[in-house]
Design a protein around this ligand. Sequence first.
Ligand SMILES: Cc1ncc(COP(=O)(O)O)c(C=O)c1O
Length: 483
Amino acid sequence: MTTIENKLADLAKKSAALEPDENTRNAWLNTLQNYCNNYINTLSDKPTFNQNTQLNLADLRIDNHKKTLDSLLKTYTKEVVDNGLKPSSGGHIGYVPGGGIFTSALGDYLAAVSNEYAGIFYGSPGAVSMENELTNWFKDLFHFPSDAVGNLTSGGSIANLIALTAARDAHQIKGEKIEKSVVYLSPQVHHCIHKALRIIGLEDVIVHHLILDENFRIDHIKLEQQIKVDLQQGLHPFCIIGSAGTTDTGAIDPLDILGDISKKYNTWFHIDGAYGGFFILVDAKKDAFKGIEKADSLVIDPHKGLFLPYGLGAVLVKDKKAVFKSHHYFASYMQDAFTDDILNPADVSPELTKHFRGLRLWLPLKLHGIEPFIACLEEKLVLTEYFRNQLSALDFKVGPLPDLSISYFWYPTDEKALENKFNETLMTEIHKDGTVFFSSTVINGSYVIRMALLSFRTKKETIDKAIEMIKRCLARTKKQLDI
Ligand SMILES: Cc1ncc(COP(=O)(O)O)c(C=O)c1O
């Protein structure tokens, strides 16, 4: 053998570990399967939250010492799974829960093993077509025209970023025009919208935080008044942002009217439905989404409303030209891959190479059908009502009846000045207990505890367990504050 052949033989031997044989693969899969089965089977017995942040970083650090999968899974449990929040648990009733349906994990596994390239049609016509079929389904669901473009993103933040970039480009907001352009939004809009404006160079646009009604929906009369004032002052009303389910209170803005106002004043109408959008699937809620089809761009998040593990948001935009302005690119090293007639995900997103994330949604939808998803969403709405009733029976105050499955509650105290402190202490006790996880927020200056029901594993039993936990924590809080 020549020197170079010797070298290659040696390197092939050393790198062979990266292609384990079938027996090894089966053994590892078996170990992992047992681990995952045990994880799922015991999940509801475990706390949802553990405040411990003392980790053994030495076990996480990368070095050149090989470990067995068994020992690595022990580390994974001890350092990762057992600390912080368990998003896969039905007891996750804080922030906006995701979930993690098993069939989606199978999709991810398959996508990772086959590693299909879902950025450009030429690379994998099937993978790209599958992703395009998913966005076609979204278009049908939200009554968007068939020539709208869509993209599967890593989550809601990036989806909002893509939408607002298109808004910027459609209205050519640049240079001196920036400081005269106005964005209208609810003070309850998700903070990723503000981040997106900063990232896309629109930090200096005028942002009007709109007045809300008693249900935390945008007051459209005040919105129109504000637009008229801005026009009189020579400003450029540029974009109205509505939410189909706000993060704080689950409110759906009056989308239909906002759509009409947007048309009248020729603004871009964006809707963030990352949390609430998929509730449109529930018959009883369809009316609340009336007008969603009037949006120029819409964000929805399957890793929230379709219970997928983290890693899948989506955006729809009607104006393909506006989207292409920022994202479509031609480079000579890509010349073989260029197609004119099929939409490439890379033309609608900052990403070129990406995880083939369509499979993690396509597989569950095809295996289960859509029905169980709808039932699960409806269950969350009914559970919200059930939970609020239980809380009222315990003398808690609850926020206004929410449009969807996010609401809030607080314990009233005789002395108003003590109320915030009492509820903050109660929240601390709930976090210490950890059986079920809630988060807090501030509504109209008052500290309140938020309940966000969106995990597919949240059931009546979970709510009953939460009520027992709240009773325990309430007693501890009263004792602590001597009330
Ligand atoms: C309404 C809304 N929009 C956007 C986001 C951001 O989505 P992501 O966390 O997937 O980036 C969230 C997250 O909770 C949300 O509730």
